[in-house]
Design a protein around this ligand. Structure first.
Ligand code: GLC
Ligand code: CA
Length: 550
């Protein structure tokens, strides 16, 4: 059993975590000042989203200089201090690494623009116009065509994301060597691993054909998701960097089937430690379309989670478990109840996640039940993806009010609100004006939660502790107990020594369910259990974990 299979990862979105100098943007010194808080929570690793030099069109996922920390976050010395301070507390640091694209302000791209025979030109993906148009019909994930015309060169470059984020050409061995060199630079600083941004998109089909758009999900992705050489490229990184440095790595693998996720994460193949996949957080998309008012059925959610539990285990893959990250609206607002049953909901989601097989991730604020931003006007948004989606909805004749409701439900900006540390105006996040302003004052904060009896923070703490000490949570086989239950998600984990049962009531109504024999309550999100011999009555959003030793 690997250490990172028992530990919990905490994701920090530095921009929104803790500001230390009053400029309204979170920074490295802010993170350092909160390490004791994280140590108290019990996490073993921190994943930091990008802090490299960037114009910030995609909040750092558009890297202009891979070797430098953006001054907004601090200096390289600050970063080294953070590493040191984290290591002193037995916390590992995983850095985000964006290798599918760079910013158009990256030195490489600036050179690439100069001429077709500039040595850097071939670092990116260029195509000549076809009949005066885009080389194919692929759609950018941030709306519109995935191609941008450059008149000076009479060529288009590919950008699967924002137009300011050109895709890198991994077929070019020179580019690959530059990347390996850069990864080694960070490895030599003493970091402990990487989270690899959209890594399964780096290898594009050679001829890049038009998409037939056969299903509503199609946008060209079939020609670059898990593309022809992706496993070779990742294995090459493993041999050169991840393996020799004993790195913990997690790949962001959107639109990936289990069979592929297994290839990325089965240790025999020497690629990545674990996989982020997204099928479960797409459960409320309407026919695959994210930008709709979605509804979900619990059985759809449990069937997706179960499929990944069973099949990854069977084939030796490893899941990263999560509900939230900086690209997802808050699960508490989306799948449960963030008002009347806020505490129970936060705990229920935590328990369901931590009971599954994989490495659990906490996104900053989960541990204090932070909820969606509920912005009421597009001017309150900063995120390009959300703003583009809004404009597209309006262009398609959707009225403003509905478009805003859709964003309230689906926009990733919901998760990017500053961390709520105390009850002051901007929650102790900054003494200045936060880069993203909360609209409503929410009375939940670290300070308040820690003073509550049986609070969410301590519930997470208990789960983190259990993961470290109960092997069955790591190696136990998973079984869904009732695939047709649309209200209560019940599953079992078992190994040769013990068994765990998790039951989670995803409704605001009481639900009576059979109680399995011989089990003891390990943890629950209500003060006591309502049960008689063979029945348990689960109250609104109640979740319970039972255990039994053989
Ligand atoms: C990943 C990141 C997201 C970013 C995108 C492009 O999905 O998590 O925040 O916008 O990649 O880099
Ligand atoms: Ca700052």
């Amino acid at each position: 059993m690997k250490e990172w299979q028992k530990e919990t990862v905490y994701q920090i979105y530095p921009r929104s975590f803790q500001d230390s100098n009053g400029d309204g943007i979170g920074d490295i010194n802010g993170i350092i000042s909160r390490l004791d808080y994280l140590q108290n929570l019990g996490i073993g690793l921190i994943w930091l989203t990008p802090m490299y030099v960037s114009p910030g069109n995609d909040n750092g996922y558009d890297i202009a200089d891979y070797y430098q920390i953006d001054p907004v976050f601090g200096t390289i010395d600050d970063f080294e201090r953070l590493l040191n301070e984290a290591h002193k507390r037995d916390i590992k640091i995983i850095m985000d690494m964006v290798l599918n694209h760079t910013s158009n302000e990256n030195h490489w791209f600036k050179e690439a623009l100069k001429s077709k025979d500039n040595p850097y030109h071939d670092y990116y993906i260029w195509k000549d116009p076809v009949d005066g148009h885009e080389p194919n019909n692929w759609v950018s994930k941030f709306s519109g065509s995935a191609w941008k015309y450059v008149p000076e060169l009479d060529q288009y470059y590919l950008h699967l994301y924002d137009v300011t984020m050109p895709d890198l050409n991994w077929r070019n061995p020179k580019l690959r060597n530059e990347i390996f060199k850069m990864l080694k630079f960070w490895a030599n600083k003493g970091i402990d691993g990487f989270r690899l941004d959209v890594i399964n998109n780096i290898s594009k089909a050679k001829d890049m054909p038009n998409d037939t758009f056969a299903t509503p999900l199609d946008d060209g992705r079939n020609f670059y998701t898990n593309g022809p050489h992706v496993h070779e490229y990742i294995h090459e990184m493993y041999e050169k960097v991840f393996g020799p440095n004993k790195f913990v790595t997690v790949g962001e693998l959107s639109s990936t089937p289990v069979s592929e996720a297994v290839k990325y994460t089965n240790p025999k193949r020497q690629e990545l430690s674990m996989a982020f996949t997204f099928h479960h957080v797409k459960v409320d998309y309407t026919n695959g379309n994210k930008w709709t008012l979605g509804h979900y059925k619990l059985t759809d959610l449990t069937s997706i989670l179960s499929k990944w539990q069973v099949q990854m285990n069977r084939q030796g893959g490893w899941n990263a478990l999560f509900w939230n990250n900086h690209d997802q609206p808050r699960a508490i607002s989306r799948f449960t109840n963030d008002e009347k049953y806020r505490d129970q909901s936060a705990k229920l989601l935590a328990m369901v996640e931590f009971g599954l097989q994989g490495t659990p991730y906490i996104y900053q604020g989960d541990e204090i039940a932070m909820k969606n931003a509920y912005f009421t006007d597009i001017s309150q948004y900063n995120d390009h993806e959300s703003i583009n989606a809004y404009n597209e909805l309006i262009d398609n004749g959707i009225d403003k009010e509905l478009a805003i409701m859709i964003l309230q439900q689906k926009s990733r900006e919901n998760a990017r609100l500053p961390m709520q540390w105390n009850s002051s105006k901007y929650y102790g996040f900054t003494t200045g004006q936060p880069w993203l302003k909360p609209l409503h004052h929410d009375d939940y904060s670290v300070e308040k939660v820690l003073n509550m009896k049986d609070n969410v923070f301590n519930f997470y703490k208990a789960l983190i502790f259990l993961r470290k000490h109960k092997a069955v949570l790591v190696d136990g086989e998973y079984k869904l107990l009732d695939a047709n239950d649309n209200s209560v998600y019940s599953y079992e984990r078992s190994n040769n020594n013990s068994k765990i049962i998790v039951m989670a009531n995803f409704t605001a109504q009481e639900q009576k369910r059979k109680l399995a024999e011989g089990f003891n309550l390990i943890l629950g999100n209500y003060e006591n259990l309502q049960s008689n011999e063979d029945t348990v009555t689960l109250r609104p959003y109640e979740s319970v974990m039972f255990g039994k030793k053989f």
